[in-house]
Design a protein around this ligand. Structure first.
Ligand SMILES: [Zn+2]
Length: 710
């Protein structure tokens, strides 16, 4: 939805934007042309000279290791995915790389790795950044190095060098950073008065502007252009940044004579701008945003997400408002989970992103009916009370019903948006608006009913006819009968006839409806695999070249558990116990391949000298891609033991059981050999085999006794 025409207000609300409000709520002298100290925050501190020289060379190995070690994977991943504890040392959330409703994306911070049991993607913190931002390896390392404050060094002769295309991320971020600082400074210039007045009319003061990084783009054609050229940016880079437009006589500033909102990603990097026109003579659209660039994808961008992210995850709630000033008003009113789309409707990419942040929402279905709340996360939309706004609301919910049970609508009866509301009635009114949210279906059905006169029998019948298809269209089979009952209540009709009307409306919608219903019960095939950690199809060929054994095979299971603890808790295991295992200790080919990689990496003797987080990385260097995927999966897999104090016992127990299994196997071999030997004609060999057998049995006894002692 477009950041909307602010003047589309009732006369009452319009009056409130008049001069009296301005003088009473915003103190004169709030705005000065003196550059406030706080303006030298992130943007200008980070800008300085463009980093022409820091792009992809060959980064020194130690530095890559240092970055990997210092960048906390749960933090970096946590910016994109809300993670919740999942057993000891393990966290999980909704996978950002495939569409799912129950979390199968696991992170094991101690080991420094992530793995999705749904789509089988996985890796370390660097590969996560690469994948989520579409970066090359060096770029991802550079980004993380910047985050954790590590100065990278490059191999002699290989770098630093300038290999990047003008559209590359670091340069674009730099251009946006510098542009943001430039605009913010211009807001305080004499020409910026129009922008300051716009803010003041809406009761935003200088601190608010600083908080949101608001700026002003001067009317001239090349103010920013000259500024960026002076910082060393080329024409190609400027074009790629979306900050300039292409005209007949070259490039010129895209934003002119406008108030500017920097649009940032979850990590707080400015990736684009939203700009509102301030002057009547401006022939352009009311709102103008950065065009699609390598950084700015409007279908994914949410204004305010950098500020709202933490509270969205904490409160399991995201509030979607319509415009930049609504986001500001909401945050300043204490609704710190507010975001807005930029120049587009809230689409499927936004939905996925929002659900990932809100967390596992699948549990919420139906629960909302009881008290208006939801046990899962909540996505709350605020819309205008007017017909156009409601229509837009209903259209916004088009075909994708996946998150409907967690979707709520907050409508202000008099049609005021959060920005108006804050001005007219103060911050509490904005909070009350959000608190008064109603479930989406309720909103849609009641909106439908509102157009009929329910005081007459004819009106009620017509209303039922109009509302029944809405209820029939609810694909969640648990919710549909609930709403049919509620509809009966709202209409004051008996439940039976309403149910019949809904059923007949459902038939009217054809086979599509039943197909959708089926889809809703089971998981959509293909797109969403099992969400439970480790419960991949037993015995299935996973496409990575290994036949995976059934989980019900106790030996295969023990082998898997042994590898899990070797990868996850190397320091809890006596090195010799594992390093003495022969190459054929594992019988399942997939697990044997992992064991080979462990041996190639030097075994637990090597692990003893390394951090847990380095250990798996060393092993992955010894792996072919199919084995790497296995290593990754095992190193992140949740363990059956979920009591922190019991992990050590679990690890020891698994290893002991596995070692014992190996000895038992040898004992079996020794026995059968003994039976094949003739104690008379082959006395020497027989005696040797007999001694071996006794030794093995003694070993097994010791292990069992040790287990009983611990
Ligand atoms: Zn996945």
């Amino acid at each position: 939805m477009l950041p909307r025409e602010r003047r589309r207000l009732s006369g009452q609300a319009r009056k409130l934007e008049g001069p009296d409000v301005r003088s009473s709520r915003v103190h004169r002298g709030t705005w000065t042309t003196r550059r406030p100290q706080a303006a030298t925050t992130r943007s200008s501190a980070a800008s300085g000279t463009p980093r022409l020289d820091d792009v992809a060379g060959l980064i020194k190995r130690e530095d890559v290791d240092a970055v990997r070690d210092k960048a906390r994977i749960e933090e970096i991943v946590g910016e994109q995915v809300t993670l919740r504890p999942a057993g000891v040392g393990s966290m999980k959330g909704l996978c950002p790389f495939h569409d799912e409703r129950s979390p199968s994306f696991h992170v094991r911070p101690q080991v420094g790795r992530w793995h999705c049991f749904g789509c089988n993607e996985g890796g370390d913190v660097i590969s996560f950044v690469q994948k989520i931002d579409g970066l090359g390896f060096s770029e991802a390392v550079e980004y993380l190095a910047g985050r954790v404050g590590i100065q990278l060094r490059y191999e002699e002769g290989s770098g630093p060098r300038r290999t990047e295309e003008p559209g590359k991320r670091q340069r674009l971020l730099e251009a946006n950073r510098i542009a943001g600082a430039y605009f913010a400074e211009q807001l305080l210039s004499p020409e910026g008065a129009a922008g300051r007045a716009f803010l003041a009319e809406r009761s935003f003061d200088r601190n608010d502007a600083l908080h949101f990084g608001i700026g002003y783009a001067p009317k001239g054609w090349d103010g920013l252009l000259k500024h960026l050229r002076g910082k060393g940016f080329t024409e190609a880079e400027l074009t790629a940044s979306g900050l300039v437009s292409q005209g007949n006589r070259g490039i010129y500033d895209r934003f002119r004579g406008r108030l500017i909102w920097p649009i940032r990603d979850v990590t707080g990097e400015t990736i684009g701008f939203g700009a509102r026109k301030l002057y009547d003579e401006d022939q352009g659209p009311k709102y103008l945003n950065t065009p699609e660039t390598a950084l700015y994808k409007k279908s994914q961008v949410l204004y305010g997400i950098d500020l709202a992210k933490r509270d969205i995850a904490k409160n399991k709630q995201i509030v979607v408002v319509e415009g930049y000033t609504d986001v500001m008003a909401a945050h300043l009113s204490g609704v710190t989970t507010a975001v807005a789309t930029c120049g587009t409707a809230f689409g499927s990419d936004h939905v996925r992103f929002a659900r990932r942040l809100v967390g596992d929402t699948s549990a919420g279905g139906g629960v909302q009916l009881a008290g208006g709340g939801s046990s899962g996360g909540e996505i709350i939309f605020t819309f205008d009370g007017d017909a156009a706004g409601q229509k837009a609301a209903m259209r916004a919910f088009g075909e994708d019903q996946k998150f409907y049970a967690q979707t709520f609508v907050a409508v202000e009866p008099s049609g005021m948006d959060p920005c108006d509301l804050r001005q007219a009635r103060g911050p509490q009114a904005v909070q009350a608006l959000v608190e008064g949210r109603q479930p989406l279906f309720e909103f849609v059905i009641k909106t439908t009913l509102a157009t009929y006169d329910l005081d007459t029998a004819e009106g009620r019948v017509a209303a039922l006819r109009a509302a029944a298809p809405v209820v029939a269209g609810i694909r969640d089979t648990a919710l549909r009968p609930e709403y049919a009952r509620m509809l009966a209540g709202w209409l004051g009709m008996d439940g039976e006839s309403v149910l019949r009307a809904v059923q007949s409306a459902g038939r009217g919608q054809g086979g599509q409806s039943s197909q959708q219903r089926g889809n809703d019960r089971g998981r959509p095939s293909g797109t969403e695999q099992s969400g439970d950690g480790g419960s991949r199809l037993p015995g299935a060929d996973t496409g990575d070249g290994f036949q995976r054994p059934s989980q019900s095979d106790p030996i295969a299971r023990l082998e898997r558990q042994t590898l899990e603890v070797i990868l996850q808790y190397p320091h809890h295991i006596p090195a010799a116990a594992v390093d003495d295992l022969p190459g054929d200790a594992f019988t399942v080919p997939a697990w044997r391949a992992v064991h080979e990689a462990i041996r190639a990496a030097g075994g637990l003797a090597t692990a003893a000298q390394r951090q847990d987080s380095e250990w798996v990385g060393l092993i992955t260097e010894e792996c072919s891609p199919p084995v790497l995927a296995l290593v990754n999966e095992l190193s992140v897999a949740p363990l059956p033991e979920d009591r922190p104090g019991a992990i050590d016992d679990y690890v020891q127990g698994v290893v002991r059981a596995f070692v014992e299994l190996g000895i038992t196997r040898k004992i079996g071999n020794a026995r059968s050999r003994l039976q094949r030997l003739d104690p008379v004609t082959e006395a020497e060999a027989y005696n040797q085999a007999f001694t071996d057998l006794l030794t093995l049995e003694q070993q097994r006894r010791e292990i069992r006794e040790q287990g009983a002692r611990d």
